[in-house]
Design a protein around this ligand. Structure first.
Ligand code: MTE
Length: 329
């Protein structure tokens, strides 16, 4: 997510992003890997209006998934006074570094094998359990929540997730009083994913994220199994991902296979790569600049199908202070 340069991240053309092979040295490579990926995630917006019709059809195919027939629309998370981001923009504007750092991640991510998906819940809990994804969907009633989504790179969207509050899982597995943190691990198989970090064994794969247990217990913390009324597309982190709307987007690990309750703060992917740029807490905060850019405003991807930026003031906790500020007092 980092690149040494003068321009804002959204000004970087993909062709200007330095290639992996020129930065074999680990430290420089890490900077490049991260920057390349993030810059690439910006690039599709400028490119999307030129997409060929076959690419459009291919994109549609990745998004046209079975509808989720039974969920309630949670009225508490319905009206954000901002339009919902176009489904196709959101579906081609992704980060999923396991599959690479290019602007074609929505294509590469289709390699993700989602059949017979299981999620292991383990560690300091009374009721450890391995769930089939269908069991999870049946056991925890599904609801739709329209949340703001804010990337650390200062772009933002509004997305209609379908899923269930993390609180429900906590109630089912009953963490022990010793459990202070939770580690979430994403799917990783180097034979399948072959992302840009694959050739450098020292990158901290698999992708992991972590929360304090009180954060996981907050009513906003959410597991998504769907978006826009349908099952989650692979590029969005099928079949189960984290959505933590008051934190920067990198905290929302995709394609979760393991949830582990632990005593100590766990090492996480981006924080291990660069703790100064990606702190563990990572709450959206307009008055705390990223080391290389301001977080005071954001570029809101307002409508679709073409690109339309709208500069907005960044809100503390991404506008969710009434729910979460007390966690940090
Ligand atoms: N989870 C995994 N496993 N791998 C990733 O590369 N990228 C993160 C987060 N979760 C990432 C991940 C980042 S940097 C962002 S901004 C969001 O996913 C992007 O989510 P989206 O692609 O659904 O918009």
């Amino acid at each position: 997510m980092v690149l040494i340069r003068q321009a804002q991240i959204w000004d970087i053309a993909e062709s200007k992003v330095t290639s992996e092979k020129n930065y074999w040295n680990r430290r420089r490579f890490l900077k490049t890997l991260a920057g390349a990926g993030m810059a690439a995630s910006i690039a599709p917006l400028t490119a999307c209006s030129n997409r060929s019709s076959s690419a459009k059809t291919a994109l549609e195919a990745t998004l046209n998934l079975p509808e989720i027939d039974s969920f309630r629309k949670n009225p508490a998370f319905a009206n954000l006074q901002r339009p919902i981001t176009d489904r196709k923009l959101a579906g081609q504007y992704n980060n999923f570094y396991e599959f690479g750092g290019t602007k074609t991640i929505w294509i590469d991510a289709q390699k993700l094998p989602t059949e017979n998906w299981q999620v292991e819940v383990t560690g300091l809990v009374k009721n450890p359990r391995t769930y089939d994804i269908d069991q999870l969907k049946k056991e925890f009633p599904l609801e739709q929540r329209i949340y703001r989504f804010r990337c650390v790179e200062a772009w933002s969207m509004v997305l209609p997730w379908i899923g269930f509050p993390m609180q429900k899982l906590l109630a089912a597995v009953e963490p022990s009083p010793k459990a202070k943190f939770v580690r979430f691990t994403s799917f990783y198989d180097p034979e399948i994913t072959k992302g840009p970090g694959f050739h450098i064994g020292s990158l901290p794969w698999p992708y992991t994220e972590g929360l304090r247990i009180e954060e996981m217990a907050n009513e906003l913390a959410f597991f998504a199994v769907g978006i826009y009324g349908s099952e989650l597309p692979k590029q969005h982190g099928a079949p189960l991902r984290m959505v933590i709307p008051w934190k920067y987007g990198f905290k929302g690990a995709k394609s979760i296979v393991k949830i582990e309750f632990v005593e100590e703060q766990p090492a996480t992917y981006w924080n291990t790569i660069d703790s100064r740029e990606y702190d563990f807490e990572a709450n959206v905060n307009p008055s705390k600049p990223h080391p290389r850019w301001s977080q005071a405003t954001e570029k809101f991807i307002s409508t679709g199908p073409g690109l339309s930026w709208d500069i907005k003031e960044t809100l503390p906790y991404n506008g969710y202070g009434e729910y979460v500020a007390s966690l940090y007092s």
